[in-house]
Ligand binder design. Sequence first.
Ligand code: HEM
Length: 520
Amino acid sequence: MFILLIPLGLLALTWLLIKLNRDYALASFTRKIKTIDGSPLEETASVVGGFWGSNFDLLSMNLEQMFYYSRVFAKTFKRGYIQYFLLNPVYNVIDAKDAELVLNDSRILTKGIFYTFLHPFLKTGLLTSTDKKWHTRRRLLTPAFHFNILTQFMETFKSESVKFIKTLNDILEKKDSNGVISLSELIPRVTLNNVCETALGVCLDDRLDGDEYRQRISEVEESLLERLKNPLMGFDGFYYNCAEGKKYLKSMEKLHAFSSGIIEKRRELLSKEMEQEDMNQNDVDETNPYRKRRYAMLDTLLRAEKDGLIDHAGICEEVDTFMFEGFDTTSMNLIFALMSLALYPDMQRKCYEEIQENIQGDLASLDTQQLNNLKYLDCFIKETQRVYPSVPGIVRECTSDIVFGGKLLFPKGTQINIHIYDIHMNPKYYDEPERFNPERFMAPQAEKRHPFAFIPFSAGQRNCIGQKFALMEMKTLLVYVIKNFELEPVTRPEDFRFHAGLLIRTKTDIQVKIRKRVAT
Ligand code: HEM
């Protein structure tokens, strides 16, 4: 009797597993993505991984392999594809139409699980928050990036550019200089200073050491990626008891001390400024939620604190968020823009001639109108952002079951990976996508392209709040460099490989050679 029961039991178990397997990715303990009309899933999307899903795919990979892992799927499938990781289905977007559906869908505003790993560092600031908190903060901070405020930042962007040019001249004047400079080392200093002096209103000094800050940020990033690789490290209890988790907490302490230093310094400066300010002046602004004059980002927060609209902890999380989002993104973009100028002398020449045509005299009077006239430089920056998107991917989460594109049912918890890098490299939208060609962004080519085929700043409601800031900052620095120096290539794209990161990363030091430009 007992002997008979065993095969019967096994049969029943197999039947149950087969039945469950229709709706659940068993080894990932999660529901499956399905078509809503019951048609075969493969007709609509590709599926990666067998019974074990993709749970262990990343475990033995190094960061470089991790970066190219998704690239291979994009090239193979040429359409959206599904993976199953522990506890969550993942839908991968590599197509502009899919990106539009996700980014314009007000039901999919919540960031993916990966962002919760950032919570101990950024808490729930603008980047990581959701629902009412995100709406309130976005409304509060949007005026701080209004055109009128950005125009005031021009002076800082210019003076930081002047300092940068001086640094380059000093390098050239050194006895044994061969004119080779490390962009990876020099550019992040400029962009960190810029964001601190403008949005936060504080100059870095010995007390606020920018080099240390940047070092800690890369440690945090490395730690987070280790966490992403190993499904077990997704659990807080496990991660924070590992060496990686402990290292992460230690780096964060330093980062928080840095941002607290900034807030403290700005608080002191602001209270002095407010003493001198006539608080009854007539500076009401109808478009600002507080009906007052617009202020830079940290001042907006400190003034909102006085009105009881945000507390100290809220200010800290936003300062951490803006420093984190505001300096390295722009750095990476500038590094690759300068490298590309060096690689393509004809394009560099065109940029220079355009600057000479549109900006007469020295750059002391450079203004936003003049920057706006530099149309070729705009296209050049866009092409850099296409080929080297600072943020190569972003993730959203479905907080309920969602019918997607009228065809697929995403179960609650589905992670939607929008691979900005692969969308920008999709041959459907760009001929010879590997070729660097700024002309693609000129009319009429650009006008015919799907608007979501180029999304370096994301798009929709949760797009980058700092995009105009970043473009103005980058254009200003590029104008100064191009006007003063000729760039020659040292590092070429074939010399480096990308590795996975929150931003586009390479371990290779990106260098160019500079020579003083003789004005023509
Ligand atoms: C070239 C430079 C930049 C690029 C490529 C870039 C790109 C992006 C992208 C792709 C997102 C969406 C992130 C996501 O959904 O996970 C984003 C969001 C954000 N960015 Fe930027 N960014 C840049 C510069 C800046 C600057 C200069 C600032 C601030 C001074 C900034 C502040 C933010 C913030 C606060 C968010 C979150 C917005 C929200 O969710 O409401 N970014 N950025």
